[in-house]
Write a protein of this length. Sequence first.
Length: 222
Amino acid sequence: MSTDFVLHAEKRAEQGKGASRRLRHTGKLPAIVYGAGKEPTAITLEHNEVLRRLQEETFYSQILTVDLNGAREKVVLRDLQRHPAKALVLHLDLQRIDEKEEIRVSIPIHFLNQDTSPGVKLSGQVSHQMIEVEISCLPKDLPESLELDMGEMNVGDSLHLSDLKVPDGIQLTALIQDSENNPVIVSIHAARSQEADEETTEDTASEQESGATEEGTGGDES
């Protein structure tokens, strides 16, 4: 579990759209911390610090620390709002965690040996149906990612949710809810040009077979 993400915060007295707009003009970012049986706390963060952190994949799925005037709380990022046209973050929702209670977090899937898999070497096209997965675990067991090894995949092969390597203490929430739910995560298909060539070959073979049949029939009639 990563503990490197520390967000330095100040308590926010004013709330509302107008107050939030004024904060953003000063380089601040409004946010809310809630959960763990405590009252929600409105805070402000340094916008550029958060924007820089958002470039790191694990920021979205790891435990973060909010330092509010020296008092520290562990949280996870639950929601963020971005400006639709500018590189601006408008608001963060941060949920407190209890070290003794399981949390549900979506973490990234890292695909191993994709480029060296037999299917890719044969110019197969990789199709990712999922790039992250929701897990349930205690905060201390939270991994940065889960791995899926594609090293043995050929054209036409698929890997499913159950193929993920899941460490002890981690559960896949989709399988908790429905043990029969085992969706495809990644597959390798023949490239379109290959498919077209195969279809052309099949069509040609069918035409030749049809022609041979007609010739045979004509001979019987004569």
